[in-house]
Ligand binder design. Structure first.
Ligand code: PBG
Length: 324
């Protein structure tokens, strides 16, 4: 036999040498949920190992992730109060703004992304300003601009709009540029699907909509051409990084987009993907580490450069051990 593919599978080191796709901790972004107050650290139901933390207790987490080789975080804020306009989202003294300020000062090399959305801040739980039970796209843009500016003033590296309003990337880009923050980047949740996999996150962010659903702004899971269109729009509007979300049920979307763009692509492996694997592992169905390694590898193989995952810490530990 001339060809024996098994030769390249003979030992762990040969497999490692010839492996096509490798995941590494510096590809990961670790989500962080920050709340108001002092000395708060409360586990989030449905997201085991994740906590609502006050700003003063963030360093213990950041020290831990940096030691594992994870250099980036995505910050979500949970405000002390909500209103119709989501006005706590742009307070200078808000949890996100304070967290960014503190972390940039204490860890200048940490790459900080901030989630830019109103859903955790509005009393109705929608990602935009509501008028007559409808989401007003262009009014929402004005608010997002203000929130983005407040994150930039605190020192964020990238704002990350996740609301799926039309035209948000260009509105935010223009506002940042006009205000002297041209170095602050935008990672856009470009192809964000209306997914049931966000369930545990909505408990974490206390952002379940009080009426209706998010289907008038998030994408229909049936559509892939539309993902290509959304990504193209965001790149034209000035996005530095585009994202597909969720990840595992949308590998085809990740692959299709990767082949058609020349900027970095992120994939968000969302709360429900994490919870599902954790639950199965708790039932003794399989080892969550090994399954998660397979899943992360698949997301990377499909074309993601960056993976946002609740599994970042455990995966980093696993990668650092040298697997395969
Ligand atoms: C806010 C936002 C959501 C997620 C990230 N940003 C939830 C949503 O759209 O309802 C989901 C993240 C996850 O499930 O891990 N718009």
């Amino acid at each position: 036999m001339k060809y024996r593919p098994r030769r390249l599978r003979k030992s762990k080191n040969i497999r490692a040498l010839t492996r096509e796709t490798k995941i590494s901790p510096d590809n990961f972004i670790h989500p962080v949920f920050v709340v108001e107050g002092q000395n708060v650290k409360e586990e989030i139901p449905g997201l085991s190992g994740f906590f609502h933390r006050s700003v003063d207790l963030l360093p213990e987490l950041i020290d831990e992730i940096l030691a594992l080789g994870i250099n980036a975080v995505l910050i979500f804020g949970i405000p002390e109060a909500k209103d119709e306009q989501g006005s706590y989202a742009w307070k200078d003294e808000g949890a996100v703004q304070k967290a960014v300020l503190k972390l940039k000062k204490q860890y200048p090399k940490l790459v900080i992304f901030s989630d830019l959305c109103l859903c955790a801040y509005t009393s109705h739980g929608h990602c935009g300003i509501v008028r007559d039970d409808k989401i007003d796209n262009d009014k929402t843009l004005k608010v997002l601009e203000k929130v983005a500016l407040s994150h930039a003033q605190a020192g964020v590296d990238f704002v990350s709009p996740s609301d799926m309003m039309d035209g948000r990337v260009s509105a935010v880009r223009r506002k940042l540029d006009q205000s002297g923050y041209s170095e602050v980047g935008i990672m856009s949740y470009s192809a964000k699907y209306a997914s049931t996999f966000y369930g545990p996150f909505r408990d974490a962010a206390r952002s379940e909509p009080s009426f209706g659903d998010r289907k008038t702004y998030q994408m229909d899971p049936a559509n892939s051409l539309e993902a290509a269109k959304e990504v193209k729009l965001d790149i034209n509007e000035g996005a530095d990084i585009v994202m597909v979300k969720p990840a595992l049920p949308y590998l085809d979307i990740i692959k299709g987009i990767k082949e058609s763009i020349n900027i970095p692509l992120a994939a968000y492996s969302v709360s429900g993907e994490y919870a599902m694997i954790k639950a199965a592992s708790k039932e003794g169905v399989f080892s969550d580490e090994e399954v998660m390694f397979e899943v992360m590898t698949a997301i990377k193989r499909a074309g993601a450069d960056i993976i946002i995952t609740y599994y970042a810490k455990e995966m980093a530990g696993y990668c650092n051990k040298g697997v395969g």
